[in-house]
Ligand binder design. Structure first.
Ligand SMILES: C[S@@+](CC[C@H](N)C(=O)[O-])C[C@H]1O[C@@H](n2cnc3c(N)ncnc32)[C@H](O)[C@@H]1O
Length: 430
């Protein structure tokens, strides 16, 4: 019973405290007296239920008339539906009995109802008319996100992207070539019987194929790698800084891209890593230290309030803007339920202002990258268009990546490149 109880507690806290799923798991799993297999099952349950929340709610609520059910009971009913429709290898009566036992302990007044509803869900499981379910509920996203994606990338691509984003994928790492070669890191992984393969998109990336307690490993502590999706490695590669450059990374925490820039610069030159959040900026410092990087200087500041003394003084500017994060919902599925339609428009307005400030920092011959980890027109192309219209001295700069020519913009759709969704634009002076 403990596995399902822990999963229910995590799901309850995720919603009640607006917490983050990966952080809840990282903080709690090590303290459960459970096998690795059981911990994997907790992870599967909490990710699955969070991804499909809207679909699970749609199904159980057809059997419940009252609308004042406690959050914990809702979580338990989501778990029941998830077992019924999404898990192949479960003995349903055992799972449901356990969930009812949890209900008796945690929500005794609603336990009878949970029991009755669960039996009804199981009895009716083959009578669900898929065609009657609204599309966004079938694909497990809020309606406005599906509308946005149908408009932005077309129906076919949107459905493929969602199918990719609604699953778990192997984690990738970026080899820190300041400390170790890719070949030597591969040998060390092999010695530890950790399965991996080469990245799909980035030479410096390795994809880890089975469970590996990354942050507790000696290889991580030695600073041999960074945990980073391949898509997130592209902005630094496309910005292509040179050793000795003066670089500014405007929204830098926790420092994945700042440290990547430093590595590409062979730890020579200067990087100013700005972030509005002081606590998160500390993570940049910790990461730089672990990775053996000495050219990063952190600066806690709102991008919009950067002093004019910095203007026109950087060879490279990176604006990895705060965004709605819809490209990373495969590993942060809670994001999609917290986002509101207006958030996208508000973010877009802020991103345009940030990009205008960023442009002023660039030297005449310099290059700037605007990137987001999201898939919305308003936060990507629309921001660029507004910026270029208001600042005609700038243009998009064509670039090549792995032999392919990109017209200033690389739109990484997750299913096409088998990595997070990302948007990267390279900008320079006319
Ligand atoms: C997408 S994350 C950056 C990830 C980072 N580039 C990396 O690769 O590790 C966005 C960051 O922007 C910061 N941020 C948000 N608004 C800001 C502002 N007005 N000025 C500076 N930083 C800001 C947030 O604190 C957050 O750390």
């Amino acid at each position: 019973m403990e596995v399902r109880l822990r999963a229910a507690e995590i799901l309850y806290d995720l919603e009640r405290r607006e917490a983050y799923l990966n952080i809840l798991l990282r903080n709690r799993l090590p303290f459960y007296d459970l096998s690795l297999k059981e911990k994997h099952f907790i992870t599967e349950l909490v990710y699955g239920v969070t991804r499909w929340k809207i679909t699970l709610d749609y199904i159980w609520s057809r059997f419940v008339r009252r609308d004042n059910l406690s959050l914990f009971s809702k979580v338990l009913l989501r778990l029941v539906v998830y077992h019924v429709y999404f898990l192949k290898d479960t003995i349903l009566p055992v799972a449901v009995n356990e969930i009812v036992e949890i209900a008796k302990k945690k929500v005794p007044k609603e336990a009878k109802l949970i029991n009755a509803v669960s039996r009804n869900i199981i009895r009716e499981k083959n009578n669900l008319n898929l065609n009657s379910i609204p599309l966004h509920i079938r694909y497990g996203v809020p309606d406005f996100i599906l509308e946005e994606w149908f408009d932005y990338i077309g129906r076919g691509e949107a459905v493929k992207a969602l199918s990719w984003l609604n699953r778990s994928h192997n984690v990738s790492i970026r080899v820190n070539t300041l400390k170790i070669s890719k070949k030597d890191l591969k040998e060390k992984l092999l010695e530890r019987r950790i399965k991996f393969k080469d990245g799909n998109l980035v030479d410096q990336a390795l994809i880890i194929e089975d469970g590996f307690d990354f942050e507790r490993s000696d290889l991580f502590n030695e600073g041999y790698f960074v945990i980073q999706s391949e898509a997130s490695m592209l902005p630094a590669l496309i910005l292509n800084p040179k050793p000795g450059n003066r670089v500014i990374d405007l929204c830098s925490a926790p420092g994945l891209k700042s440290t990547h820039l430093a590595e590409l610069m062979k730890n020579q030159g200067k990087i100013i890593s700005v972030d509005i959040n002081k606590n998160r900026l500390r993570l940049v410092e910790e990461n730089a230290k672990r990775l053996g990087i000495s050219i990063i200087e952190t600066f806690s500041q709102d991008v919009l309030n950067l002093p004019s003394s910095l203007d026109r003084s950087f060879d490279r500017v990176l604006l990895d803007a705060p965004c709605s994060g819809l490209g990373v919902i495969s590993h942060k599925p809670e994001i999609k339920w917290r986002l509101k339609r207006d958030d996208i428009y508000n973010l877009s307005e802020m991103q345009v202002k940030m990009l205008e400030r960023a442009g002023k920092l660039l030297k005449r011959e310099g290059r700037m990258v605007y990137s987001t980890c999201t898939i919305t027109w308003h936060e990507n192309e629309s921001v660029l268009l507004q910026f270029l219209q208001r600042n005609p001295e700038f243009k998009l700069v064509n670039f090549k990546y792995k032999g392919e020519l990109f017209p200033g913009i690389m739109k990484v759709l997750p299913h096409k490149y088998n990595t997070d969704g990302f948007f990267i634009a390279l900008i320079g002076y006319e």
